[in-house]
Design a protein around this ligand. Structure first.
Ligand SMILES: [Zn+2]
Ligand SMILES: [Zn+2]
Length: 86
C-alpha cells in the first residue's frame, strides 16, 4: 500500500487499528524509524542498553510529521517500550 492510501484509510479505520496495522508499516514511518535508530546509535533512551529496536512516539499529534519533530520520538528497547505503554 502506498503512503497516500494509508493516509486516506486513517479516515475510516479505528485510530488504534490503523496506527498499528498500517501506519507503522508505511514507508514514511519505516524510513523515519530507521533514521532515528541510527541517530541514537541504537541506544535505548530509558535504560541505555544498545540494541534498541523500537521508536516510540511521545506525541501522536505529529504522525506523518516526525521529520519536523524528531525530538518527540525516542528509541527504546522492547522492555522499556512495553513499560511506557503499560
Ligand atoms: Zn531500555
Ligand atoms: Zn510506543
Amino acid at each position: 500500500m502506498t503512503d497516500f492510501i494509508i493516509f486516506l484509510r486513517s479516515f475510516w479505520m479505528s485510530r488504534r487499528a490503523w496506527y498499528r496495522g498500517e501506519y507503522l508499516r508505511s514507508n514514511h514511518w519505516r524510513k523515519f524509524a530507521s533514521w532515528k535508530k541510527g541517530q541514537s546509535g541504537y541506544e535505548c533512551h530509558d535504560c541505555h542498553a544498545v540494541g534498541a529496536v523500537d521508536v516510540h512516539h511521545l506525541s501522536y499529534d505529529i504522525l506523518w510529521f516526525e521529520w519536523f519533530f524528531p525530538w518527540l520520538t525516542v528509541c527504546l528497547c522492547r522492555k522499556c517500550h512495553e513499560k511506557r505503554h503499560a
